[in-house]
Design a protein around this ligand. Structure first.
Ligand code: DAT
Length: 174
């Protein structure tokens, strides 16, 4: 039995605020924060290169293998811009962060994205691609959308999630 929950934080689109939320949440809750993008980069867990989007292609099986031990111990916040390849049993709760397009456009522009990457990412956000993906991968009742437009959203999200973690720990302590 694990004594701390497993949380998934995801967005389809970078720049929405996963990293900011994930790190702050980890420092306030004591849970461990894992950024799958960083993990893949450090371990070179890639399987080819996507020329169109100008980024390496993740080797999903190796990422899952790499994380399996830590996940079985509990108390982890996983941050990635996708969630459909993680085993369903991994997460007790999944948060899909959302930002308005105008907010997102500005954040991505400052990252120097090319026009196609910028447009595709914004379009994914408009069509709620990741939310649909999360609903197809996990039970509907564990998937929650969170707004991530302004600093107050961040604070509200953190407070809500901290309360949820506290309750989960209470409910699962023997
Ligand atoms: P991601 O990890 O989803 O790519 P990030 O955490 O790096 O995104 O955040 C992208 C930028 O947006 C960064 O400059 C911090 C800012 N940001 C994040 N959450 C925010 C919020 N709720 N309000 C205002 N700015 C936010």
């Amino acid at each position: 039995m694990i004594d701390s929950p497993l949380l998934g934080l995801c967005t389809r689109t970078p720049g929405v605020g996963k990293t900011t939320l994930g790190k702050e949440l980890a420092s306030r809750s004591g849970l461990k924060y894992i950024n799958v993008g960083d993990l893949a980069r450090e371990g070179q867990l890639y399987d080819g290169y996507d020329e169109e989007y100008d980024c390496p292609i993740l080797d999903e099986d190796r990422v899952v293998d790499e994380l399996e031990n830590q996940m079985s111990e509990g108390g982890v916040i996983v941050d990635y811009h996708g969630c459909d390849f993680f085993p369903e049993r991994w997460f007790h709760i999944v948060f899909v962060l959302r930002a308005d397009n105008s907010v997102l456009y500005k954040r991505l522009e400052t990252r120097g994205y090319n026009e196609k990457k910028l447009k595709d990412n914004i379009q994914c956000e408009i069509f709620q691609v990741l939310y649909e993906e999360a609903l197809a991968s996990y039970k509907e009742e564990i998937v929650h959308q969170l707004p991530s437009n302004k600093p107050e959203d961040l604070e509200d999200n953190i407070n809500q999630i901290l309360k949820w973690i506290e309750q989960w720990i209470k409910d699962h302590s023997s």
